[in-house]
Design a protein around this ligand. Structure first.
Ligand SMILES: O=P(O)(O)OC[C@H]1O[C@H](O)[C@H](O)[C@@H](O)[C@@H]1O
Length: 502
């Protein structure tokens, strides 16, 4: 099959023109040999073996269909829950009237980063209908600042946690609930608490929340894939049903492309195949993602979570074998500012990095000339990475400017860029909810396929769990002043902390 050099789908154009024939051929060969499990994403097949579950995030897009009875039931449930949530949101916004709402949004990881990324991007296009105060960290200053900026009488607390066990989220919820109780009374405060979760039992148990204050997702939807389900409520609050429906439509169109196209010619397939080829065949450790426009300023954290939490594994999906090469470390930032931070490393570091660029063809503001200059920067970086400029061209140029041949030769070596550094250019035709939905679904599918190529399970995250368990144990030791059972390194750190923490 000839290598597609560009792919147009769901309002996006992907250019694969800045990759060598060898990398493309390797990607195509490995993709051709990989059983295409895309359809399993919409069936009852257990794709997440270590947690013994299917992976059902595609079913949470509006309009998605299941392949068999259990998956269709899941799609029906998720989409009905979306409608219940959208109705609830409309009522809240209407009741708030001109005063508006303060939303205290408590969530971590996948229960915050994708919503924050989209909230930032969509805010450029549409003024949010409510003020959102984001709190992810266990940093008392952050929750204090969020609460100080909100008015209790118009505040709602959203506890966004799939497991309802994430310690920092629950701690912040306790603080926020106390603050709201002080402001409007305990009973009223409890009525202003909403849980978005796959663990409704725990929400009931911990906060006594009635069913109408709980919006449910499913355990089969992984944390970093969950924004389309109830976990994305804040987007409905801020931007309304029409915008969020457009977001789903973009993702759904990308799903259709992914589900109906062989991996070798699908956009997510080829991105994954190339990333895998650069890691496994060429040994490159780093992937860079540069996104052009401040609308994308919160996207890097989400993309890093999606890619690294999914692909940072070293055990085969069946748990039986070690995997020696898995996903790249991801560095990411917003162009042009990021060009002034780590791009030097892209151009001249001894070990090459592979790069992805996201840019929007049509400006979302009135400054067309500046927008063209922004895009010229994105293209200029891609060109410099791929075509470089060798020492002899520099030497000729510097001598033409009057430098002596010896000085020009020395200077030329510092300036020379080797080129041959690959990138995939991803154009969004416009900045819109639809195109953002398509972009996020593209990255989701690309991540999943890449996981399959390494032979790992992209849907679990056991490594994150150990540190969480230890944190609880260490906190108990700190409180009881008893370091028994802790590692000697931690016990020594606690000695320092005992004398310096208050
Ligand atoms: O939604 P929660 O259960 O609170 O989990 C929040 C986050 O916790 C961990 O960091 C997981 O690794 C993430 O995938 C998850 O999104």
């Amino acid at each position: 099959m000839p290598t597609p050099k560009t792919i147009d789908t769901a309002g996006l154009r992907l250019e694969f023109t800045r990759h060598g024939e060898q990398a493309l051929a390797t990607a195509l060969k490995t993709l051709a040999a990989l059983p295409n499990k895309a359809q399993d994403l919409v069936s009852k097949t257990v794709l997440n073996g270590s947690e013994n579950r299917p992976a059902w995030h595609v079913l949470s897009r509006l309009g998605a269909k299941g392949f068999d009875a259990p998956s269709q039931a899941a799609a029906d449930f998720l989409q009905a829950e979306f409608t219940r949530m959208a109705d609830w949101v409309d009522q809240r916004v209407e009741q708030a009237g001109a005063e508006g709402l303060d939303i205290i949004h408590l969530g971590a990881g996948g229960s915050e980063t994708p919503m924050l990324a989209l909230h930032t991007a969509l805010s450029v296009l549409q003024t949010p209908r409510c003020r959102v105060h984001w709190v992810a960290n266990l940093d008392g200053a952050t929750i204090d600042a969020a609460l100080a900026a909100a008015k209790p009488e118009r505040s709602w607390i959203i506890i966004n946690s799939k497991s309802f066990r994430t310690q920092e989220v629950m701690r912040n919820a306790d603080i926020a609930l106390r603050w709201l109780g002080d402001g409007i009374g305990t009973d009223k405060a409890r009525q202003r608490l909403v849980a978005l979760t796959a663990n409704a039992e725990l929400a009931l148990q911990r906060f006594g929340l009635p069913a109408n204050q709980i919006f449910r997702s499913l355990p089969e939807i992984g944390g970093r894939f969950s924004l389309w389900s109830a976990h994305g409520m804040v987007l409905l609050l801020a931007f309304g049903r029409e915008t969020v429906t457009q977001l789903h439509a973009g993702a759904h169109d990308m799903d259709q492309h992914f589900l109906s196209t062989p991996l070798e010619s699908s956009a997510p397939g080829l991105m994954a195949g190339l990333s895998h080829a650069y890691r496994v065949r060429f040994g490159l450790p780093l992937l860079s993602i540069g996104l052009y426009g401040d609308a994308f300023s919160r996207m890097p954290l989400y993309l890093q979570q999606l890619l690294m939490e999914s692909l940072g594994k070293s055990t085969s999906a069946d748990g039986m074998q070690p995997v020696h090469v898995s996903g790249p470390a991801v560095i990411s930032g917003v162009g042009t500012p990021v060009q002034h931070t780590y791009f030097q490393l892209l151009h001249q570091a001894a070990v090459p990095v592979f790069h992805e660029i996201v840019a929007v063809a049509h400006p979302w503001h009135r400054h067309l000339r500046e927008h063209m200059a922004l895009l010229a920067n994105a293209l200029g970086q891609a060109d410099a990475l791929w075509n470089g400029k060798d020492a002899s061209s520099w030497q000729t140029e510097l001598m033409a400017q009057g430098m002596s041949p010896e000085a020009a030769a020395r200077a030329a070596h510092h300036r020379a860029c080797p080129g041959g550094r690959p990138s995939t250019f991803i154009w969004m035709e416009r900045l819109s909810a639809y195109h953002l939905g398509a972009l996020l679904a593209l990255y989701e599918h690309r991540t999943v396929v890449e996981g399959w190529l390494y032979g790992i399970n992209p849907f679990d995250q056991w490594g994150v769990e150990l540190g969480k368990t230890l944190a609880t144990k260490i906190e108990n030791a700190l409180l009881s002043q008893n370091a028994q059972g802790l590692s000697p390194e931690t016990a020594a750190s606690l000695d320092y902390l005992r004398t310096h923490s208050n």
